[in-house]
Design a protein around this ligand. Structure first.
Ligand code: CAA
Length: 277
């Protein structure tokens, strides 16, 4: 099995059925589950079967009515050590081109509207770094090992690294990293804004990722989805267009029940009970 879909919190939680997307009603509500990359012998190298399983798991979580935020993680030793080099080695140009090799890796960026938190420990190299960069929030350990080492293999990043890493750290630093293949630590990732936060231990990382996922899960589903949408637009649109887009979505939220509920609860000094409408 290349991934675990491990619901959280705790062993009593429900299992998602990826075929029907249903959750047993007798179990506690599951709001912020974890997907764990699980190819330990290959340091979670991202093979086609692994990505297929990952996409299926994420789509099942996207379809679930109770799940509100997702944690994507690997092991303490490796988030993912990159695309599977042994799978890629014999590929020809025509096969890679005509099968759109690697395109499906990015499907989470368009098909998953719920927030994804990457909890990164150990190696996050090549495609592993790129996969983390596709998520919405990166948390990592200070000792995590990020990098785009593809140049050392005679190739270049192929799953968005040259674009997303450059947006995160700026052109000069991205050029240095991509042209030399030099790694950077979790501590640097936090300092440069690649990661939102870095933690001294694996346990602290996982605890914080879950806590943040649960905090997000406690917000209005409508507002969370809108917030993710507008922040992501900032990566594609010029500032003026982005600000206008944000304002339109902001205006549209006056049509939601949760805006009324949230503002009334504030005025009455109560905790908002979201309707998700
Ligand atoms: N693909 C396939 N197998 C991999 C792999 C990868 N990306 N990374 C590690 N493995 C395998 C190793 O071949 C080894 O398998 P065997 O035991 O069968 O030999 C096993 O995982 C353990 O690896 P190491 O013995 O090398 O472990 P280490 O602790 O000595 O080194 C490492 C760890 C520094 C991460 C090293 O494994 C490494 O450099 N891996 C490759 C990293 C890399 O270049 N990633 C970029 C891939 S290209 C890419 O991702 C393109 C893209 O943009 C999409």
């Amino acid at each position: 099995m290349n991934i675990f879909k491990s619901p959280s919190p705790g062993p009593a939680s429900a299992k998602v059925n990826p075929i029907t997307n249903t959750l047993p009603h007798t179990k506690p509500k599951l709001t912020s589950p974890k997907v764990t990359l699980n190819r330990p012998k290959a340091l979670n190298a991202l093979s086609t079967p692994l990505i297929t399983e990952l996409n299926a798991a994420l789509l099942a979580f996207q379809s679930s009515s109770t799940i509100r935020a997702i944690i994507l993680t690997g092991s303490e030793k490796a988030f993912a050590a990159g695309a599977d080099i042994k799978e890629m080695a014999p590929l020809s140009f025509s096969t890679a081109y005509t099968t759109s090799f690697i395109e499906s890796w990015s499907s989470l960026t368009t098909s998953v509207k719920k927030p994804i938190i990457a909890a990164v420990s150990g190696h996050a190299l090549g495609g592993g770094c790129e996969l983390a960069l596709m998520t919405d929030i990166i948390y990592c350990t200070t000792s995590a090992n990020f990098g785009q080492p593809e140049i050392k293999l005679g190739t270049i990043p192929g799953a968005g690294g040259s674009q997303r890493l450059t947006k995160a750290v700026g052109k000069s630093k991205a050029m240095e990293l991509i042209l030399t293949g030099k790694s950077f630590s979790g501590e640097e990732a936090e300092r440069w804004g690649v990661a939102a936060r870095a933690f001294p231990t694996y346990e602290a990382l996982m605890e914080a990722a879950l806590k943040t996922a649960e905090t997000i899960a406690g917000m209005s589903k409508v507002a969370v989805m809108a917030a993710k949408e507008v922040v992501n637009k900032s990566q594609d649109l010029p500032l003026r267009d982005g600000v206008e887009y944000e304002r339109r979505v902001f205006h549209s939220l006056f049509g939601s029940q949760d805006q009324k509920i949230g503002m009334k609860a504030f005025a009455e000094k109560k905790k908002a009970q979201w309707s998700d409408e």
